[in-house]
Design a protein around this ligand. Structure first.
Ligand code: CTP
Length: 405
């Protein structure tokens, strides 16, 4: 996806992850963005102004009291001249300053003076990330409209394990693209197939087996893919939300109908299986309503397994979409089970979410997802289902472009 003519002000704070920011600058410039960098005093302990300046092709701004800078470009202009401010890595200290509205160095002053969207990529020790103070600061910043990417869970430079690793440069680029170009054309010319909603499996003509899926996440993904220029076929189970604009929506009831519609819609470049497909259907569901038995005998239903749409598309003999994305709805061991699902279903990426009753995901407006790839996991913060959809579409556009090149 192109970021031509977009201006990014990158603030590099002091963390071991600062080395990844050099790669971030390179990737942003490859996509045509102009990058201007602010390096904090601690940041300069990890990367040199020379390497940052060489990669950004511009002067690196370090001091609030550098008179030359003020003459050439004041800190207000520095913060407003950009289309987007990106803080990567964002340390616990800088997040605290941002949450408190401090302005005691160039980075915090620029962040306070800006009227532009700010994206932060936190990076810190897991205990610092989980500390109540950081939790408060992150919640306050999210409420102020600051966008987050990461941190991810994994082995940390300090020897511990858990969330705190800075998001990978490719993820940060995707988040930037989603924020800057929500209506961009990152998927122009692609055919995207999306399944969404629950399925209804009839017991008899008036009763069925269903689940609590609202279809909001899948429908939001279809809408975001269409906004990104894709031709979208949405195969929707029974939902109460409207068909997204600019999308071809096919309505189905059962898992078997959903599979038939999905196969009929092939070929597709990308398949995103967000539907909560019922695992079983009732064998011999007939045309007659089942009546209560006068003797009080309770009916017994024989269930048979439904076809797996995601696995069928992933292993399609002639028309496998180049990118197949599944969802994993789990109530515990979310990432572990999603990793197993990725292998079992043969897809390229599983978007795992916690659907335990406490999470409020099923039927709710928010979602906390983990992107499970073979070999690594990207943890995204809690956000609205529309934001998940936009970010996911941007990430998918990035992945399909990588496959093309
Ligand atoms: N899926 C599908 N067809 C099915 C079942 C699931 O396409 N018959 C897809 C869903 O759309 C989702 C992924 O598979 O992308 C995982 O769905 P989930 O319900 O979490 O997994 P299950 O296969 O039902 O596995 P389990 O019952 O072990 O959780």
């Amino acid at each position: 996806m192109t970021l031509a003519d977009r201006k990014i002000l990158l603030i590099v704070a002091g963390g071991i992850a600062a080395y990844k920011s050099l790669e971030l600058v390179r990737r942003l410039r490859e996509r045509g963005a102009t990058v201007r960098a602010v390096l904090t005093r601690a940041g300069a302990e990890f990367v040199t102004p020379l390497s940052l300046g060489a990669l950004s092709g511009d002067k690196v701004y370090q001091s609030l009291f550098d008179l030359t800078d003020e003459a050439e470009m004041g800190h207000i202009e520095l913060s407003r001249d950009a289309d987007l401010l990106v803080v990567a890595p964002a340390t616990a200290d800088l997040l605290a300053k941002m949450a408190g509205g401090h302005a005691d160095d160039l980075a915090s002053t620029v962040l306070l003076a800006t009227d532009k969207t700010v994206l932060v990529a936190p990076a810190m020790n897991v205990r610092m990330w989980e500390h109540a103070a950081t939790r408060r600061n992150v919640a306050a910043l999210a409420a102020d409209g600051i966008a987050f990417v990461g941190p991810n869970a994994g082995d940390m430079a300090c020897g511990e394990f858990g969330p705190g690793r800075m998001a990978e440069p490719a993820e940060i680029v995707a988040a930037i693209a989603a924020l800057l170009a929500p209506a961009g054309q990152a998927l122009a010319g692609r055919h995207v197939l999306v399944t969404s909603g629950p399925t209804h499996e009839p017991i008899d003509p008036v009763r069925y087996i269903a689940n609590r899926s609202s279809g909001r996440q899948g429908h939001a993904i279809a809408a975001a893919a269409a906004a990104a220029g894709a031709r979208v076929t949405l195969i929707s189970g029974p939902v109460t939300i409207p068909d997204p604009a600019g999308v071809t929506t096919i309505h189905v009831e059962t898992a078997r109908e959903m599979l038939a519609a999905a196969e009929a819609a092939l070929p597709a470049d990308i398949a995103i299986c967000a539907a909560a497909v019922a695992d079983w259907h009732v064998v011999g569901a007939g045309a007659e309503k089942i009546k209560k038995d006068a003797s009080g005998t309770v009916p017994a239903f024989e269930l048979a397994e439904n076809p797996d749409i995601l696995a069928t598309l992933s292993r399609h003999p002639g028309a496998r979409p180049r990118l197949v994305v599944g969802f994993a709805a789990e109530t515990s061991k979310v990432v572990e089970r999603a990793t197993a699902k990725l292998a079992r279903k043969g897809c390229d990426l599983v978007v795992a979410n916690d659907v335990s009753p406490a999470s409020g995901v099923m039927g709710g407006a928010d979602n906390t997802v983990h992107l499970v790839f073979p070999g690594h996991v990207e943890d995204w913060p809690k956000m609205g289902k529309t934001d998940v959809a936009r970010r996911l579409v941007a990430r998918i556009a990035e992945l399909i472009e990588e496959r093309d090149s």
